[in-house]
Design a binder for this molecule. Sequence first.
Ligand code: NAP
Length: 243
Amino acid sequence: MEQRTALVTGANKGIGYEIAKGLGSKGVKVWAAARSEERGKEAVEKLREEGVEVEFLQLDVTDEASIAAAVAQMQSLDILVNNAGIALADGGWNTSELTVATTRKVFETNVIGVVAVTNAFLPLLRKSEAPRIVNVSSEVGSFGFMTGDHEFAKMQGGAYAASKSALNMLTVSYAKEFKDTPIKINAMTPGYTKTDLNHNQGWRDPALSAKVAIDLSLLDETGPNGGFFQEGLEYHKDTTVPW
Ligand code: NAP
């Protein structure tokens, strides 16, 4: 197989940066996508210093013109990692406190952005021998974790959790559509990770959290399609997350 090519959205920092770095270390050519040219190019410089074969791609997942321009720059694509995401709330995390503007913003990035990017890159992915799509979701998007006896059932998730549940259902729907094709699409949760998203309150190392996304990016033809996975989270034994 020829050298594989991956695109990681929101690759300029946090978990996305580590996914880009990890894929690069496995010999994948990476397109590190970021909405800010300045932040993206800075990250690309750092990734190159770490030995990653990487190109910068300007891509704001909420901007269709930016997505179209990014598609036009690429000749091939094997792996798409939909990592870009935001977690906004108004006041506390209570759903009753949410403004329409915040709710719209969160869904625009975490849900609609994934549809926009995935569908725009699908024609290129369909030309690949082993296309893989990884959606970076969250355990707070899991109904199984957020209800019943699970410890997460005590938490409020606001628009963020709802957006990740929607992303999970998109993953299921795409997987059904792709089941007789070489495309595999899966969702993963990184776990509570130390990044700007949670003001660095998370306890997991972003490089460790990136690992399951890297594994799902490199699945062989026997790998799963339409699953939701985690890796080594402290509070669960299984790698499969309930929807
Ligand atoms: P982060 O450090 O805040 O990184 C988020 C990335 O997304 C940044 O590169 C950001 O770019 C980018 N982004 C935001 N809006 C974008 C847009 N419209 N277009 C393109 N890029 C955009 O957070 P993170 O923790 O690494 O988050 C990565 C993913 O993991 C997210 O999907 C998040 O929901 C998920 N996740 C994180 C945790 C956690 O505990 N950290 C847990 C579960 C799931 P800028 O630098 O320009 O803002």
